[in-house]
Write a protein that binds this ligand. Structure first.
Ligand code: NAD
Length: 414
């Protein structure tokens, strides 16, 4: 996965004519930490996991990135996703660098008590390397506001009251209004811009969504509220479709009760692998990486792909889709709504002041629209695709900041 994120970096660096020395500076992670996370489970069983945190770059501010609990989590994933965070925070121009981490556990097979113990142990092991001015974790796959609350509590035991150590916290524990839905809202915002360019509105489109967790369900709900027909949704349990448009609030309620979309009666069931090639105008991959690959990219029917997930498109698939003139709004732009409102949450924590939801949402909408237009401008000026343009913009911002901090005998070509 790391190779893939480097592939996109080098493609943009080639456009910029970036010297090798600067590429090395920008790609080398600042720090990579691996820790043992051992607990005695509720049933008396010994559970041993590995915890990771890769801190990629802090030229533009404290490092920022999610915490993922997943059996496939490893150093390679953490490094690749940390790298993406550096470019993402730069694209939306929030004063952060990039980091990512996680634990290779399977939360679906664990009790809440075990998850709490695992999280607490992870913080105990990582407390020296995270903090409100160094590295600020946030929710990612299989972590949520509750887990962030536990992290804040545990970290504060060592460092004193520190709400700014994590974002995505519960509202009653110094979280921000609007954070829960922020990534999905950002997906909706950039799609609004893309539709606007094409003279269309949400009323004109059908949408297929892969993943119905935080990002997928909020994006689906917000797009449906604006008039889009969400014709198919898939998650790890299966797929459900309705050509008239799925009732998203009902599907959210069903999923909360049953742990997945499978069995939802107001739609037809289908094999979740079919979602990528579903007959819809827009595809929102919002599950895991590599969902769109060389074997299914040629069969994608959507004309616009908005990458809610991180790294959902492999480089081979990216090339096939670009050749087919399918517009891809890339992850480092499309799913940056979460980190943007994380920044608002952190800023509120530091100021010990709260914004209301309207303020958060309107500031988020502005930031996402501005970021989309900035990326579009680079894409048009240089005649490149939106992903490469987003990387070009980010590399310029991070590159200038990184080189302004050190003495390196190299000129930047911008
Ligand atoms: P989540 O755990 O809330 O949801 C993940 C969803 O993916 C679930 O619905 C799950 O069933 C589904 N899924 C897993 N395997 C699948 C499969 N094989 N086929 C179809 N669906 C499958 O996670 P999330 O927070 O919504 O994150 C989803 C993606 O968005 C990840 O790539 C994450 O890195 C990215 N992301 C999340 C945020 C955020 O704020 N949560 C921000 C930026 C990017």
């Amino acid at each position: 996965m790391l190779a893939e994120s480097h592939f996109y970096f080098h493609k943009a660096a080639d456009v910029l004519g970036l010297p090798d020395k600067v590429r090395t500076i920008l790609l080398t992670p600042r720090r990579s930490v691996k820790v043992e996370v051992t607990i005695e489970g509720e049933r008396g069983d010994l559970q041993v996991y590995e915890g990771y945190r890769v801190q990629h770059n802090m030229a533009r501010g404290p490092m920022k990135g999610g915490l993922r609990y997943h059996p496939a989590m490893d150093e390679d994933h953490a490094a690749a996703l940390a790298n993406l965070m550096t470019w993402k925070t730069a694209v939306v121009d929030v004063p952060y660098g990039g980091a990512k981490g996680g634990i290779n556990c399977d939360p679906r097979s664990l009790s809440k008590k075990d998850l709490f113990e695992i999280t607490t142990r992870f913080v105990e092991q990582m407390k020296e390397v995270i903090g409100p001015t160094t590295d600020i974790p946030a929710p990612d796959v299989n972590t949520n506001a509750e887990v962030m609350g536990w992290i804040m509590h545990e970290y504060s035991k060592y460092a004193g009251f520190s709400p700014g150590v994590v974002t995505g916290k519960p509202l009653h524990l110094f979280g921000s209004e609007g954070r829960e839905a922020a990534t999905g809202r950002g997906v909706m915002d950039v799609l609004a811009e893309a539709l606007d360019e094409q003279g269309k509105s949400f009323n004109d489109i059908t949408v297929a969504v892969q993943g119905f967790g935080n990002v997928g369900s909020n994006a689906a709900r917000l797009m449906a509220e604006r008039g889009a027909k969400i014709v198919a949704v898939a998650d790890h349990t299966g797929g459900v479709s309705n050509e008239e448009g799925l009732d998203i609030p009902a599907l959210v309620a069903w999923t909360a009760e049953h742990g997945g979309v499978k069995g939802f009666s107001a739609g037809e069931a289908f094999d979740n692998n079919e979602i990528i090639t579903w007959n819809a105008d827009v595809l929102v991959p919002a599950a895991l990486e590599d969902a769109i690959h060389k074997d299914n990219a040629a069969d994608v029917k959507a004309k616009i792909i908005v990458e809610g997930a991180n790294g959902p498109t492999t480089p081979e698939a990216d090339q096939i889709l670009n050749e087919r003139d399918i517009l891809i709004v890339p992850d480092i732009l499309a799913n940056a709504g979460g980190v943007t409102v994380s920044y608002f949450e952190w800023a509120q924590n530091i100021q010990q002041f709260s914004w209301d939801e309207d303020k958060v949402n309107s500031e988020l909408d502005k930031k996402m629209s501005r970021a989309y237009r900035s990326v579009r401008e680079v894409a048009n000026q240089r005649d490149i695709d939106m992903r490469t343009a987003a990387f070009v913009l980010a590399i310029q911002r991070v590159g200038k900041a990184a080189l302004a901090r050190v003495h390196i005998k190299t000129e930047l070509p911008f």
